[in-house]
Every structure is written in structure tokens, then in C-alpha cells.
Design a protein around this ligand. Structure first.
Ligand code: NDP
Length: 517
């Protein structure tokens, strides 16, 4: 009998109001291994009411930043204590190799909570109190209210932390709807937040279908902000739904990121880096370096080595520590990958390796696909559309200007890398790229202290760091007049009441407060 994972509501784990559940499948075997409570409209209403009450009347938004930070650090400690369990669950539910789940996922959750706690704690000492002539002005940063977070299946627990931590660190309450393929670690993270002593209604988790639970949440009048990571197509829909009550939105969407190999790079290192950029988590990464631009003078050598090393990668079950890459998340994603490989063939891209499913002994039902490398050009569908699977297109270029122009010829602008032995040259290329993050001689390194997000159709807003924290707050300017109380009527009020005396503040030509408009 498989375990059932329940919703996390204000007062703890609960069945869905409808009592309905759905299956969670292990992508390494294709078999059902858990049941999940399926949230519907009634559960969303209940969660929003509780989140609203916790925000409007509860202690959380009224606490000092350092008090919130203390609770978040406790949650981070609980994640650390449960690291082995969370890593295994991520491997089973999402097909993350156990190496990746242990080394990257859980560690990132802990560092995200800690980084946000640091920002929240500093907040108490940071109120700016600039003094203007004749007035006293200050800025106050307020939480937004109830936040809805909608996350994808590719990095379930990391994405949950990326949304929950800044939302609550900034004093909001949050309701997380995880992806239906991979809800389990998000539910566990919600449970650990409750265990850490966060007040009722501050963190709730509602697994359920995007088209039902997700849409209800995003369009709910009791929700003030939506933070979404997923496809650009659903991101568009989220913006439409959020427009009803002008909710604030942050969107982290698709990508088709370039990995640019300049001819002065350490080619041995760059080849490994390009492979890491695309085949990490079987290419199911929003920043996946799915287009490799390689300078013509080193193109043949680089391509030969890319192919050789791609063929040496071990594709296998997620729980096997020897696996370099695991399965893709679901049959539907495998179908998508196969469809794009077929398109690649049809449009004349040259298949250099992969392009098929491997047989993995004992795991015949798993959703495995070989690391696949095509050579092609940037106008091809496989170079323009997000495959979200282990498919790389290698494209030659002549000089740096051409590399930048081709890399920028995309509707996306999320990430990218430059591989070079000449730092000033690499920096020039990096600065020319229209993307939210560029790594020089590295890939996929996300630091929760620095902002992450996309240009163009890769998104709206940023996550992480102070910039990401401020996406969860309103900024209020409070102007306190000092003239009126001392001398009577304010000299700038331009209505037909006789003025009692000449203004005793700087004239309009000098700096100082002026009437609006
Ligand atoms: P989606 O964008 O469809 O799903 C992301 C999240 O949004 C899930 O929680 C999903 O719920 C939810 N959702 C779906 N439809 C709605 C809706 N109408 N209103 C509110 N929430 C909704 O991504 P998929 O998981 O289906 O993947 C499709 C493609 O998206 C991938 O092949 C890939 O190209 C891209 N993608 C990009 C990601 C990125 O990080 N940039 C991450 C994941 C996918 P549910 O799971 O229940 O459908």
C-alpha cells in the first residue's frame, strides 16, 4: 500500500475536501509509488481565508525581521536534519539523480532560507530616514499580503524554497501549489515549516491540477501576488488571470540559453562545461545551455570531443549513485523530446549522437533518453524552441560579434555562458548577451544572494538576493510636514484661501518637496 501525502493547511496536514487523490509516479520505473490529496476550489478558498486571517490579524507580518529570521533558520535546520529523506524523496518523485538531490537540491533549500533570513534580520536596522527641507520623509517596506506560488516539476523542492523563503521572510503569507508530477518534497517542506513553529496560515501547500487549483488560486480576489515558475505559455495565462485584481507577478519562464565557446578557451574544460550546461538533470533546466555556439577555428575538435564524452555519460535510475543523468520526468516529457528530435531530423539538423532511448536493465518502464547532440543552425526549430530535455544543438560562428548576435536571436533571455581564457574578451561578450545571468567559465551556479530571472519572454522580475526579496514588498513613502504645525497653513497649498505669510521654505527653483502633478 503506497503512502498518501496530504495537503498542508493552516492547522496541519489534511485530506482534500473532495477526498480525491492522484497518483505520483516514479519516473525511473514508470510505476505509481504514492498517492497525493488533490486540492480543489473548496480547499483553495479555505487556504486563502486562513492565509488572509494570518496576514490581516496574525503575528507574522507584525514581527520584527529578526524574529522572522529566527523562525526561518529553525526551518533550515529541520531541512538539514531531514536531508537524507528529502533527497531520496526527490529522486523517487522527480527523477533527480541521488547525487544531485543530495549535493544540490537540499543544500540549496537550506542556503536559500538562510540567505533570506539574513536579509530579513538586517531589515530592522535599515529604515532610511532622509530629512527634506520643511518636511520629514521616510520609506517603509510593507509585505504585500497573501502570495500564491506556483512551481514546476523540474526542481520541486528548490523552487518551493525559492518562493516560500522570500515571501515569508518579507512578512507575507504564502500558499504553494506544486507541480502535479512532483508534489511530494514541497509537501514535506510545508510540513517542516509548521514544525519549525511558523504561525498558522503562514505557509500552506495545495497539490492539485494547474487548470483547477492553480487557476482558482491565481484569480482569487484574496490573493495579492503570484510567483510562478514554468512554461512561457502558462506564464502568459497567469498574467491574464492576475490582471483581474492587478496582482503583482513574478514570472520565471522558459529559456534557450547559449553556451559560447571562444577559440581561446581551455577546450578540455569548456567541453565538460558545455555538457554540464545541457545534460544536468537531463536538460530539464530552465537555464539549460541547449545551444552551443563554437568558434569555427576550434569547431571540429570541440564537436568531436562533445560527442565522445556525451557517449560516455551513464544514463540510469535516479537512485543509482553511478548515474550521471536520470530519466525525464514523465512519459509526456519523453514524447516531447522524441517529437523535437524528429523535427530536428526533418529540418536537416545532423544527428551526431543519441536520438534514441537507451535500454536500462531492470528499469524498462523508466523514461530514459540518451544525451543527444545535433549540429545545425540557429534558425532551426530545435535551436529556437525549448525542448526541456537532453538535446543540444551545436552551431559554428566566426567572430565574437556574430556569436553575440546569434545568441541574442531568441525570444528567450534567461541564462548563458562564455568559455574563454581571456577575461576582458569574455566579459565583453557576456555584457552583450540579453540574458538575466551569464556565467564565465562556469554554468548553472545559482547564488541565493544574487538576483536570478529573465530578459524578454523568459520572465518578469527577479528571485533571490535583496532584489528578489523586494519583489514581495510594497514600498511606501511617508511625508511628514513640519511647517504647518509650527507656522499654520502650508505655503504650497494652491487653493484660494488667503495666505497668512510668505513661505519660509526654499522656493520652487530650489530642491525640496513640491506639489504632485
Ligand atoms: P507548466 O508551465 O504547464 O506548469 C508549471 C506549473 O504551473 C505547474 O504547477 C502546473 O500545474 C501549473 N499550471 C499549469 N497550468 C496552469 C494554469 N492554467 N493556471 C495556474 N497554474 C497552472 O509546465 P509543465 O510542467 O507542463 O511543462 C511544460 C513545459 O514547460 C516544459 O516542457 C518546459 O518546456 C517548460 N517548463 C519550464 C520550466 C522552467 O523552469 N522555465 C519548468 C517546467 C517546465 P500542473 O503540474 O498541475 O499542471
Amino acid at each position: 500500500m503506497s503512502e498518501t501525502y496530504r495537503l498542508i493547511l493552516a492547522d496541519g496536514p489534511a485530506d482534500a475536501a473532495s477526498s480525491e487523490t492522484f497518483d505520483s509516479i516514479d519516473p525511473s520505473t514508470g510505476e505509481v509509488f504514492a498517492q497525493v490529496a488533490k486540492a480543489g476550489r473548496e480547499d483553495v478558498d479555505r487556504a486563502v481565508d486562513a492565509a488572509r486571517a494570518a496576514f490581516d490579524e496574525g503575528p507574522w507580518p507584525r514581527m520584527k525581521g529578526r524574529e522572522r529570521a529566527a523562525a526561518m533558520l529553525k526551518a533550515a535546520d529541520l531541512v538539514k536534519q531531514n536531508a537524507a529523506h528529502l533527497a531520496e524523496l526527490e529522486a523517487r518523485d522527480a527523477g533527480h539523480t541521488i547525487r544531485m538531490a543530495k549535493n544540490a537540491d537540499v543544500g540549496m533549500v537550506i542556503s536559500t532560507f538562510r540567505a533570506v533570513a539574513e536579509i530579513a534580520a538586517r531589515e530592522d536596522d535599515e529604515e532610511a530616514l532622509p530629512r527634506g527641507p520643511g518636511s520629514y520623509n521616510y520609506l517603509r517596506r510593507d509585505p504585500l499580503g497573501v502570495c500564491a506560488a506556483i512551481t514546476p516539476w523540474n526542481f520541486p523542492i528548490q523552487m518551493a524554497a525559492w518562493k516560500i523563503a522570500p515571501a515569508i521572510g518579507a512578512g507575507n503569507t504564502v500558499i504553494l501549489k506544486p507541480a502535479s508530477y512532483t508534489p511530494l518534497t514541497s509537501i514535506e517542506l510545508g510540513r517542516l515549516c509548521l514544525e519549525a513553529g511558523l504561525p498558522e496560515g503562514v505557509v500552506q501547500v495545495l497539490p492539485g491540477p494547474g487548470a483547477a487549483a492553480g487557476e482558482t488560486l491565481v484569480s482569487h480576489p484574496g490573493v495579492d501576488k503570484v510567483a510562478f515558475t514554468g512554461s512561457t505559455e502558462v506564464g502568459r495565462r497567469i498574467m491574464q488571470l492576475a490582471s483581474g485584481t492587478i496582482k503583482k507577478c513574478t514570472l520565471e519562464l522558459g529559456g534557450k540559453s547559449p553556451s559560447i565557446v571562444l577559440d581561446d578557451a581551455d577546450l578540455d574544460y569548456a567541453v565538460d562545461g558545455v555538457l554540464w550546461g545541457i545534460f544536468f538533470h537531463s536538460g530539464q533546466v530552465c537555464t539549460a545551455g541547449s545551444r552551443a555556439f563554437v568558434q569555427r577555428s576550434v569547431y571540429e575538435d570541440v564537436v568531436a570531443e562533445l560527442v565522445k564524452r556525451a557517449e560516455e555519460m551513464q544514463v540510469g535510475p535516479a537512485m543509482d549513485p553511478a548515474s550521471d543523468t536520470g530519466p525525464v520526468v514523465a512519459q509526456s516529457q519523453l514524447d516531447t523530446v522524441e517529437r523535437y528530435v524528429e523535427i530536428g531530423h526533418q529540418e536537416g539538423a545532423k544527428l551526431l549522437t543519441g536520438g534514441e532511448r537507451p535500454s536500462v536493465a531492470g528499469h524498462e518502464g523508466g523514461y530514459f533518453y540518451r544525451p543527444t547532440v545535433f549540429s545545425g543552425d540557429n534558425s532551426m526549430v530545435i535551436a529556437q524552441e525549448e525542448v526541456f530535455g537532453p538535446v543540444l544543438v551545436v552551431i559554428p560562428f566566426e567572430d565574437d560579434a556574430e556569436a553575440v548576435a546569434q545568441a541574442n536571436d531568441s525570444i528567450y533571455g534567461l541564462g548563458g555562458a562564455v568559455w574563454s581564457g581571456n577575461t576582458p574578451r569574455a566579459v565583453k561578450v557576456a555584457e552583450g548577451l540579453r540574458t538575466g545571468t551569464v556565467w564565465i567559465n562556469d554554468y548553472h551556479m545559482i547564488n541565493p544572494r544574487y538576483p536570478f530571472g529573465g530578459y524578454k519572454q523568459s520572465g518578469l522580475g527577479r528571485e533571490h538576493g535583496r532584489v528578489g526579496f523586494d519583489e514581495y514588498r510594497e514600498i511606501k513613502h511617508i511625508h511628514v510636514d513640519l511647517n504647518g504645525q509650527v507656522r499654520g497653513r502650508h505655503p504650497w497649498w494652491d487653493i484660494s484661501v488667503p495666505k497668512r505669510r510668505e513661505p519660509d521654505v526654499p522656493g520652487p527653483e530650489t530642491a525640496g518637496p513640491k506639489p504632485a502633478g
